[in-house]
Design a binder for this molecule. Structure first.
Ligand SMILES: [Zn+2]
Length: 95
């Protein structure tokens, strides 16, 4: 399951820590986000207890303090449901 790396932390009380600010997808064990940003250099905190899908501002349950979700990470972690089988190709071949 893909977890979360974020630029900030939101204290939800009772020791519960939620991601805040800018959010990226992150897999535990990796030292960079799904879109290739190094966690340490970018100052991103790790949230191994928060699923990336929960940070969606519309549907997520952990998105109260999320201000921005990285579109590259969304694309990298979204199943290919939007690709309807046919690969994108140039209509005119290169010379
Ligand atoms: Zn990202």
């Amino acid at each position: 399951m893909v977890k979360v790396a974020a630029s900030g932390t939101y204290d939800a009380g009772e020791g519960s820590r939620l991601p805040a600010g800018e959010v990226h997808a992150w897999e535990p064990g990796q030292n960079q986000t799904a879109c290739g940003v190094p966690l340490r250099r970018a100052g991103l905190g790790r949230f191994p207890h928060v699923d990336f899908s929960d940070t969606d501002p519309v549907t997520g349950g952990s998105a109260d303090a999320v201000r921005w979700v990285c579109p590259k990470c969304v694309a990298a972690t979204t199943p290919r449901r939007q690709r309807t089988g046919r690969r994108w190709e140039r209509t005119d071949p290169r010379p």
